[in-house]
Design a binder for this molecule. Structure first.
Ligand code: FE
Length: 201
């Protein structure tokens, strides 16, 4: 199969305020489900009848729509999991410098990312937009909605209920507050450095 489930880099019971049960359902069931469905779509696409492609309904259209839904579901979840397992400490470096430039202060960035996650029906995505050279928090109501072409995601907050309902019921603000204690900003810094090296080589 071309797409594989990536293991978590931390134990499922290692997070502070996000339970083992939530991580098990989120990683092993929901995220793995996107990987499986993307593989299924990859296998079905070559066989779909191109001559019947239509915008109202067609097998080809349905597969192409769900291709981006599942592809982005994988990408956004892998970023989410890869950005957890830390202690929330923020290393000095290129990422924090860029954030201060684009948001005025680290605190203003956190305030904006929190607001974005509170307002989204799916995701808040912190991304570096190659077209303007700035970091933005983008709001996504679904995995394949709200992305800006050419921007590279660096950090995500999953704001679907499945990310917090078992731990906090409807209290999303409490979940986001807990999330900040678990972010691995060192991983985000390393990711941003790789992006800069690739785009400014
Ligand atoms: Fe999720």
């Amino acid at each position: 199969m071309p797409f594989q489930v990536k293991d978590l880099k931390f134990a499922k019971d290692a997070l502070d305020g996000i339970s083992e049960q939530t991580m098990t359902v989120h990683h092993d069931r929901l995220y793995a489900g996107y990987v499986n469905k993307r593989n299924e779509i990859e296998q079905a696409l070559p066989k779909a009848d191109r001559s019947k492609a239509a915008q109202t309904y067609s097998e080809y259209r349905a597969l192409k729509l769900e291709e981006t839904f599942n592809a982005d579901g994988i990408i956004l979840h892998e970023l989410y999991f890869d950005s957890l397992g830390g202690d929330g400490s923020v290393p000095e470096g290129a990422f924090v410098e860029q954030v201060r430039k684009d948001f005025g202060s680290w605190e203003a960035f956190i305030e904006d990312a929190t607001a974005c996650a509170m307002a989204a029906r799916g995701w808040a995505v912190t991304a570096y937009d190659v077209s303007d050279g700035r970091i933005h928090n983008f709001l996504c109501d679904a995995h394949n909605h709200g992305g800006v072409w050419g921007s590279i995601p660096l950090f995500t907050i999953d704001s679907y209920e499945h990310a917090y309902f078992m731990d906090y019921a409807q209290d999303r603000a409490a979940y986001i507050k807990a999330l900040w204690k678990n972010v691995d900003w060192h991983a985000v810094e390393a990711r941003f450095q790789r992006v800069l090296a690739a785009h400014h080589a």
